[in-house]
Unconditional design. Structure first.
Ligand code: C2E
Ligand code: CA
Ligand code: CA
Length: 585
């Protein structure tokens, strides 16, 4: 098959006409053809690879005939009108399929697209030989043109935005595919222009109504179309968002161009064509044709636009780093549900807590670990804050609680007197049934209440609502211990400390790590410890990394220590070995 025929077939298939059901808009034309020519048969016949397929037909029963000897194929190949007054006297068509089925007369006009591809023929046929006048030839051409207009109309449907008259996202995707075919590996740049940001959009929707937004889109479309080079196609994606493609250029040039367009949009406000304040922003994405699908181009361009807004700049280039960060967050949020279910990705490690005076291990803090199937080990410092304010916070803490309680129960059965501390987010305390579920699980495992300590940050403990206060009360009443985690990092620590219903204060590691090196830190830690003692709290120092810090804490009368100097967070089996060595050593 030659290249021209290949392109022709591609164009034909792109139209999605082949093998579609009959449609009245085409049938109307064939009926009219049959009447005008006073002939029993007429058809809109499309030339596929090996067949003539009838989009519309009058007087024929079948949908298709072989392409080989069909006169319509002759029309298609020559792109000329073809008149055969009598098939039986034609050397070419005497033995054709049509002649064999009793057809004597044929006249067909080519169906030609704007790009010059002949899709097939508009034809009329008769069972008697016949002549065609000049005027009838013109009529047949007109009918063919009507068929083409109908085809184009149908094709444009769903590709043109009725509001602005601009092409839409579907057309963008299609045009990008065409570009890829013609010039794959070329570099292009997508400019994504947003007239107003999402919150402005909803505010305008609310105050001015939807018709106003329509008008705003139209004005912005006109303005942008005038501002970009003539001949460059602008697409409206909806919601005052536009995209267009430009040639690759330096970052600086692209930014200059984007800011120029932005100025043009802002000028609409100064000239009062737009009666409200708008904040246009433009995202820029250079890409290689063929390397990114249309959806990815638009997504990245939108990301660049949002990043530009966040950075309070009018325009910005796509940053793969920033985008990767958002993508990663998105993946983590999306995957935590699965991780909670499959019992293969999440696990707990236990970091020992020792009494400073005796060196005895009194307990351990349960710390969550996530081995993500594609991202590898993900730190809780990264995923907990993401999840904390989502509905996943509840099942996540429940998972941690259940596993920590089972581990504590197992140690309890082995005769090890260990207290397991569990981290709980502020949002968990807002769950009405938090304490009940926790206590039920402990009872089910026959675990004494003193075997679990709940770590909460100051902000979770101070100024909470009634629900949270009740949860805390219930836990304390049941005999659980409460620890104030990350002590010293909150602002209200000192004035509120006496109001917090807790047993333990865990001094944050930022004060502890440098202990023994810095005199000011030491003063601070010293007063934190003595104040906590005065208020009746037990004090634990976190992040003890050196012998020096450890010794200072002994001198300052701190009760317990936790940190790399003593042990890293350990898997339960490793923790047990560590404990064994410590007792024996
Ligand atoms: P955190 O509660 O302050 O936990 C202590 C963190 O300090 C842990 O980090 C621990 O590995 C680390 N650490 C322990 N000793 C040292 C030391 O000597 N030096 C230094 N530089 N770091 C030390 P990790 O495990 O990455 O946890 C980070 C944070 O994630 C935790 O801070 C906690 O806020 C949160 N988190 C961890 N597990 C859970 C959980 O099960 N539930 C909730 N809600 N939060 C959790
Ligand atoms: Ca903690
Ligand atoms: Ca902490």
């Amino acid at each position: 098959m030659n290249a021209q025929e290949k392109n022709r077939l591609f164009a034909l298939r792109q139209l999605n006409l082949l093998d579609t059901p009959p449609s009245e808009s085409f049938d109307r034309i064939t009926r009219m053809a049959s009447q005008l020519f006073d002939l029993p048969i007429s058809a809109v016949s499309l030339t596929d690879e090996n067949r003539q397929w009838f989009k519309s037909r009058v007087g024929v029963d079948h949908w298709e005939i072989p392409r080989e000897t069909a006169p319509c194929n002759g029309v298609c190949n020559s792109s000329q009108i073809l008149i055969i007054p009598d098939l039986l006297t034609s050397d070419t068509y005497r033995d054709s399929y049509l002649a064999n089925s009793g057809i004597r007369f044929y006249a067909g006009a080519p169906l030609v697209t704007r790009e010059g591809h002949t899709l097939g023929a508009m034809c009329v046929l008769g069972k008697q030989p016949r002549q065609v006048t000049e005027q009838e030839q013109a009529t047949l051409r007109d009918l063919a043109a009507m068929v083409m207009a109908q085809i184009e109309l149908q094709h444009a449907f769903g590709r043109v935005d009725p509001l602005t008259g601009l092409s839409n996202r579907n057309q963008f995707a299609e045009d990008l595919q065409d570009l890829e075919r013609d010039a794959s590996n070329d570099r292009k740049v997508a400019l994504f222009t947003e007239m107003v940001d999402a919150s402005e959009l909803s505010a305008l929707h609310r105050t001015m109504g939807p018709a106003f937004l329509d008008e705003l889109s139209r004005i912005a479309a006109r303005c942008l179309q005038q501002a970009i080079s003539p001949g460059v196609k602008l697409y409206h994606l909806g919601g005052c968002q536009f995209v267009h493609l430009v040639e690759y250029a330096s970052d600086a040039d692209l930014l200059t161009e984007a800011l120029r367009l932005r100025q043009a949009l802002l000028a609409l406000v100064t000239s009062r064509e737009v009666p409200v304040l708008v904040h246009p922003a433009i995202g820029i994405v250079p890409f290689y044709l063929g390397a990114l699908a249309a959806g990815d181009v638009l997504r990245s361009a939108y990301a660049a636009c949002l990043d530009a807004r966040l950075a309070e700049k009018g325009a910005g280039l796509y940053s793969s780093d920033l985008d990767a960060l958002y993508q990663r967050r998105f993946i983590l949020l999306g995957d935590i549900g699965r991780a909670l279910e499959n019992e293969q990705e999440l696990y707990l490690v236990y970091q020992p807590r020792v009494a400073l005076e005796s060196g005895e291990c009194l307990g351990a803090e349960a710390l969550l670990r996530w081995h993500h199937p594609t991202l590898g080990e993900v730190s809780p410092g990264e995923f907990i804050p993401l999840i904390e304010n989502t509905p996943m916070a509840k099942p996540l803490t429940q998972w941690v609680m259940r596993h920590a309680i089972h581990q504590a129960a197992s140690w309890h059965r082995q005769g090890k007197a260990l207290q397991v501390s569990v981290n709980v987010s502020a949002t968990n305390l807002e769950e009405e049934d938090f304490a009940v579920r926790l206590l039920e699980e402990m009872a089910r495992m026959a675990l004494p209440s003193a075997a679990i300590e709940v770590e909460l940050t100051e902000s979770a403990l101070i100024g909470q609502g009634e629900v949270a206060a009740n949860q805390l009360k219930a836990l304390i009443a049941a005999g659980l211990r409460i620890a104030i985690d990350d002590f010293g990092t909150g602002y209200s620590s000192l004035s509120y400390l006496h109001e917090i219903p807790a047993h333990t204060v865990k001094i944050d590691r930022r004060f502890i790590t440098d202990l023994g090196e810095d005199a000011r830190t030491e003063t601070l830690v010293k007063s934190m410890i003595s104040m906590a003692h005065d208020l009746g709290y037990r004090v634990v120092a976190e992040g003890v990394e050196s012998e020096a810090a450890y010794q200072r804490l002994v001198q300052l009368g701190c009760e317990e220590a936790q940190g790399y100097f003593i042990a890293r967070p350990l898997l339960p089996e490793v923790f047990e070995e560590w404990l064994q060595d410590r007792v024996e050593g």
